[in-house]
Design a protein around this ligand. Structure first.
Ligand SMILES: [Zn+2]
Length: 108
């Protein structure tokens, strides 16, 4: 699922960042980049308690939880087990620790 586009082409957040870095001016950006008519936030797997620096983008906390869960299950089976164990001991723990980081992440 691609929600980010440059010139109608799907692109990753890091591509958008490099466009930004390479000096596109803001009014141009508004035409070039469509972000699914809502804001997105990006967090890394590591920020969410995982072991890698993969960036995950979502437009809501629930979507981020879904993406992180999918990412961990596909890429980090060991972490998935730990998270499942943590969830069984205290279902609220992960969200309690990670949600403030989501709230603090800048809107794109
Ligand atoms: Zn990861």
């Amino acid at each position: 699922m691609h929600s980010l586009k440059i010139n109608q082409q799907p692109c990753s957040l890091s591509e958008i960042r490099s466009y930004l870095v390479h000096g596109y001016v803001y009014p141009l950006l508004e035409n070039l980049i469509t972000i699914n008519n809502t804001y997105m936030k990006t967090m890394t797997c590591r920020e969410l308690g995982g072991p890698c620096d993969q960036e995950l983008s979502a437009s809501s906390w629930n979507e981020m939880v879904e993406k992180m869960t999918k990412h961990v299950m596909e890429n980090h089976p060991e972490t998935a087990k730990e998270m499942e164990k943590m969830h069984n001991e205290d279902p609220q723990k992960w969200g309690r620790e990670m949600k403030p980081k989501w709230d603090a992440a800048p809107e794109l």
